[in-house]
Design a protein around this ligand. Structure first.
Ligand code: GLC
Length: 580
């Protein structure tokens, strides 16, 4: 397909065969445990997803990205994988998976699965073998084991912190019962880091990628793609030395020499993966989750590497015209220079939902641009996360405007389940109900990410709002029913109908991966046009502004069209698509 052809002229089967399908895809992230529960155990499952394929088809997405569904103790919501080539029995079987993949494909929807290569779970057979094996053994070499410091090895090999809080090392008891070596875990202690210097690990992941590709999986989302290779040469630098050298924060790691973040050698791994992906027709795709300095993102997204990398810049920005314009221009430039297509994302399973972020009081909104998105809204959450402290109406209005703007951008749009309902974050989950390891490891500092993982409301009422027959595994608040699919289906002006309309139009209007900015009289207003005359105007301010000439084909909120002739107004926090 040439990139100038509109996607509307393609049939489902053309789209499925198109090697460039991913470049401007709308990808819908499913967090399987919280999507739909088919067997009444309170946990979402694979059959639940299959049952909702008609819903996904009607929504108009191009692909589903499935967060981990592998056997797991759920120490980190499934990102602690026991077995990379199987399905968690609580979620279904491999046959259920095949059935789901077939149903999605039949509906013209691609399937992307999450691959978690930085760490396995501590229940993985490799780790269990390592615990039973002596120091220096081949089994231990699959992970990062080191002797401790101090007279009796009682101190961790370095003072590094885990991302989830607490130390990045855990001491083991040796098979003879003596206190033993330490293993590294950048995340929870149930997630020991794998040793990617070991060829066996590399080969085994190639086998995993082939296993899912052979089953018809179309692409992969690579978890923590920037941490796989490590320089563990001793003496290990201290936290203070690293902070001085890298000026703290991921943005400081610009030269590839940090011991574990964003090292240059990691790309050797992805070059090998790319060869494997290209053996398939159409080639398998991949998107890196790499929280790296924006200038180093292109390496992950290059055609010789994974092909795409998440760009979290808009997710970290305020609802602000200038910030949006700068980010969009920079990322489109970088994507075209590297041959990748850009990605856009406002919400995922790690951050406070954008309909809530945009409604937080201003002081907190200012904080969120300064901290990693995983902690956005942290202050609000720590203050009790009450919905009454959020300006829900404003948050939703801005979220709808931002999403409609995103759908008009060249590149692919990643959406997170529930955002099509304008769903709000559940901030006030009782401590006794929380599941996220960041809550347990970082007491009092971080309440964690459970609030965006509460199971979806499908019906206005009922025990779990139609999620399933049992009580959902994370508590759903009473107000959830107001956001349910049933409350919005067919309702003019609902967020669900807005997403459906926008995604349908997006595929008709989609054009070459370019945009041109049109100057505006008001600095709060952004206006761009895609080839073929598809205009997008967003008013980030509060006062209505003149709409440009043309036919409005969709808007994120009501417009003031006066008597219906030209000269209508675009209210604040609203986006309109106009065909000139
Ligand atoms: C990624 C995932 C997050 C997980 C972490 C460790 O950031 O998105 O949910 O906790 O990796 O696997």
């Amino acid at each position: 397909m040439s990139t100038t052809a509109t996607l509307a002229s393609l049939t489902d089967s053309d789209r499925m065969a198109d090697p460039n399908w991913w470049r401007q895809a709308a990808v819908y992230q499913i967090y399987p445990r919280s999507f739909s529960d088919s067997n009444g155990d309170g946990l979402g499952d694979i059959k639940g997803i299959t049952a909702k394929v008609p819903y996904l088809k009607e929504l108009g997405i191009d692909a589903v990205w499935l967060s981990p569904f592998y056997p797991s103790a759920l120490a980190d919501g499934g990102y602690d994988v026991d077995d990379y080539r199987n399905v968690d029995p609580r979620l279904g079987t491999l046959e259920d998976f095949d059935e789901m993949a077939a149903a999605l494909h039949q509906a013209g929807i691609k399937l992307i699965v999450d691959i978690v290569p930085n760490h396995s779970s501590n229940r993985h057979e490799w780790f269990q073998e390592a615990l039973k094996s002596p120091k220096g053994s081949a089994a231990r070499d699959r992970y990062i084991f080191r002797d401790g410091r101090g007279e009796n090895g009682e101190l961790p090999p370095s003072d590094w912190d885990s991302v989830f809080g607490g130390p990045a090392w855990e001491r083991v008891t040796e098979p003879d019962g003596a206190p033993g070596q330490w293993y590294m875990h950048i995340f929870a202690k149930e997630q020991p880091d794998l040793n990617w210097a070991n060829r066996e690990i590399r080969d085994d992941f190639l086998k995993t990628l082939r296993f899912w590709s052979d089953r018809g999986v179309d692409g992969f989302r690579i978890d923590v793609a920037h941490a796989l290779t490590k320089d563990m040469a001793e003496p290990l630098p201290s936290k203070a030395q690293l902070q001085t050298k890298y000026n703290t924060g991921v943005d400081g790691f610009v030269d590839g020499s940090h011991p574990y973040w964003d090292r240059d050698e990691v790309h050797e791994i992805y070059a090998e993966w790319r060869q494997l992906f290209n053996e398939y027709n159409p080639p398998r795709t991949a998107v890196a989750e790499a929280w790296v300095h924006p200038d180093r993102r292109a390496r992950y997204a290059s055609p010789e590497g994974l092909g795409q990398a998440f760009n979290f810049d808009l997710l970290q920005a305020d609802f602000d015209a200038e910030q949006f314009r700068t980010i969009i221009t920079k990322n489109l430039g970088e994507a075209s220079a590297s041959g990748a297509s850009s990605t856009w994302v406002f919400s995922n399973h790690d951050v406070v939902r954008h309909a809530t972020r945009y409604g937080l009081p201003l002081a907190e909104a200012a904080d969120q641009a300064e901290i990693m998105a995983g902690q956005a809204g942290k202050k609000w959450l720590l203050d009790g996360g009450k919905l009454e402290d959020v300006d829900v109406e404003l948050g939703l209005r801005r979220a709808r405007a931002a999403s409609l703007l995103m759908f008009a951008l060249p590149g692919s749009a990643y959406l997170y389940q529930g955002e099509e309902l304008g769903l709000q974050e559940v901030g006030d989950i009782a401590d006794s109900e929380r599941q996220d390891p960041t809550f347990f490891r970082n007491k009092g500092v971080d309440v964690g990410r459970d609030g965006c993982r509460v199971p979806l409301p499908w019906e206005n009422n009922g025990s779990s709002f139609g999620f399933g027959e049992a009580t959902a595994h994370l508590p759903q608040p009473e107000w959830f029913g107001g956001f349910a699919v049933a409350a919005q289906d067919g309702v003019e002006g609902s967020t669900l109908e807005l997403y459906r309309a926008a995604l349908a139009l997006r595929s008709q209007l989609q054009a070459a991966e370019e945009l041109e900015w049109i100057p505006t009289a008001d600095s709060d207003v952004l206006h761009f046009v895609r080839p073929g005359g598809w205009h997008t105007v967003t008013n980030f301010g509060t006062e209505p502004v003149e709409l440009p000439a043309g036919t409005v084909v969709v808007s994120s909120g009501p417009l003031d069209l006066g008597d219906g002739s030209t000269g209508g107004k675009l209210p604040g926090a609203t986006t309109a698509w106009i065909v000139a």
